[in-house]
Design a binder for this molecule. Structure first.
Ligand SMILES: [Zn+2]
Ligand SMILES: [Zn+2]
Length: 138
């Protein structure tokens, strides 16, 4: 078994040398490497702050209808019954999901400090990669 692994390793080494050799001799090899785009420069659409929170779907505690709550600072009104809540009561209502403002899909949301906050602190859309954060992580 050990011999076999050694053999595979030697095969890979010689394969690597064969591939790397032309680049070592080529004076433009460094330039070639620089032209490869870096993955980190890819920007993802997103927002930060409670004021930019994605629209939320809440459950009306009175009639169980779904309440669409778009503006985080607006009152929460049930369109089916007379229930009405201040935006400060948001944490008391059952959050069904956050809705992606870019593509309209349901977002995955979660908390980083469940003991300090009772509202979602981040949300990610798996369809279009939109990401929202309650605040920067630094
Ligand atoms: Zn209602
Ligand atoms: Zn989306």
């Amino acid at each position: 078994m050990i011999n076999r692994l050694g053999f595979v390793f030697r095969r890979l080494r010689s394969l690597f040398d064969t591939l790397a050799d032309p680049l070592r001799k080529d004076p433009d090899a460094n330039q070639f490497r620089l032209s490869i785009p870096e993955a980190q420069t890819t920007t993802v659409d997103g927002d930060v702050g409670w004021g930019h929170r994605p629209p939320a779907r809440l459950r009306c505690p009175r009639c169980e209808a779904t309440i669409e709550h778009h503006d985080p600072r607006a009152d929460i009104d049930c369109s089916r019954c007379v229930a009405e809540f201040s935006h400060e009561e948001f944490p008391d209502l059952e959050l069904l999901c956050l809705v992606c403002p870019t593509c309209g899909d349901r977002m995955e949301h979660g908390q980083r400090h469940p003991n300090r906050f009772d509202v979602p602190e981040w949300a990610t859309c798996h369809t279009c990669r939109y990401h929202w954060d309650f605040k920067h992580s630094y």
